[in-house]
Design a protein around this ligand. Structure first.
Ligand code: SF4
Length: 335
């Protein structure tokens, strides 16, 4: 496989064997793959623009027990930010000029929690009509999703993490892929712009599993797609497994870009854990979203440890710097 057109054709036709080779690209071949993905991104709907988001981690209470996550496992205190705190954090960020807010929490179907978050969404939009709210709150009932949508949130991220039924059971024993997909479909049916994706490098994951993930992502009607690199969280059941391979993750992101020219794809902090330029390389591989991690009050940050307590929390300056280095343009929102 020499020419860029061959690479793009193999990806677009979901040629399993060729994509397996592409995922293992390094050096010159990887550069060519990244260049092809960048070209497709820059010719797509969002061109050379990058969405800058701000995340607020609402609560670390979670009904699930994913083996790669340490939430609820490391003796850390549980917390739920009060409505007042959420609104004051949104105000603080909005005053800095931010307009896209990712409100993230563990999975908590408690109706008071949903009512409080709905209140925060509608209040925040009343005060700042030009903001965009993205929710990432796990599997909820269809009625709860509807309530959140009606409160003004326009997007929802629900990653399936791994599409293979057995592998899903192994990594996320308290959920099923069928249930996860049903929730994703409910979100799409309700009218959310939906994001989903996987984790690359999970224990016992095969290249075939990754191709299955790609096929699933390609099938779903998504506005945002993603792939994070597996980080062995020091307090999780997967703590002794090796970190995911950054090159395979970056190649996967480029393949995603070629399949989905008009989707938002985040370059996540997972890429920078153990690889200094990981997030910059994510942008060079075709991503177009970066999240600033300064929305959660400092005293709660340590308690929200999905991937690792040693996580990298980029400030605005760093995000703007890598966007500039990648020759891209920061935007308050793109969707
Ligand atoms: S990864 Fe998310 S859903 Fe799974 S246990 Fe952690 S917070 Fe809960």
């Amino acid at each position: 496989m020499k020419k860029n057109t061959d690479i793009i054709n193999s990806i677009k036709t979901l040629d399993r064997e060729q994509i397996k080779q592409i995922l293992l690209f390094k050096d010159e071949k990887q550069e060519e793959l990244f260049a092809a993905a960048r070209k497709i991104r820059n010719e797509g709907k969002f061109k050379d623009n990058v969405e800058l988001r701000s995340v607020i981690e609402l609560s670390n209470i979670c009904a699930q027990n994913c083996k790669y996550c340490s939430i609820g496992k490391n003796g850390k205190k549980t917390y739920i930010l009060s409505k007042e705190t959420v609104l004051s954090r949104i105000k603080m960020l909005a005053d800095l000029g931010r307009r896209t807010f990712l409100l993230q929490s563990g999975e908590n179907r408690n109706q008071k929690f949903i009512d409080d978050i709905s209140f925060c969404c509608s209040k925040a939009i009343e005060i700042y009509p030009d903001i965009k709210i993205i929710l990432c709150m796990g599997n909820l009932s269809k009625e709860q999703y509807k309530q959140l949508k009606e409160s003004g949130a326009s997007r929802y991220i629900l990653k399936f993490e791994t599409s293979n039924e057995q592998h899903h059971k192994f990594t996320r024993p308290t959920d099923t892929i069928q249930n996860r997909l049903e929730c994703i479909q409910n979100l799409i049916d309700i009218g959310f712009k939906v994001g989903s994706g996987n984790i690359v490098g999970l224990p016992e994951q095969t290249l075939d599993n990754l191709i299955d993930d790609l096929i699933l992502i390609n099938k779903l009607n998504l506005s945002m797609v993603s792939a994070t690199k597996f980080i062995p969280n020091e307090f999780s059941e997967f703590k002794d497994y090796p970190m995911g391979d950054v090159n395979i993750t970056l190649n996967f992101l480029s393949v995603l870009r070629i399949l989905k020219p008009d989707c938002l794809i985040p370059s996540t902090t997972s890429l920078s854990t153990g690889n200094k330029d990981g997030q910059l390389n994510g942008l060079l591989a075709g991503c177009n979203t970066v999240t600033i991690h300064d929305g959660t009050p400092k005293e709660f940050e340590k308690n929200f440890s999905i991937y690792s307590e040693k996580r990298f929390s980029p400030a605005e300056e760093y995000c703007r710097e890598i966007i500039k280095k990648a020759n891209l343009i920061p935007q308050k929102y793109l969707l």
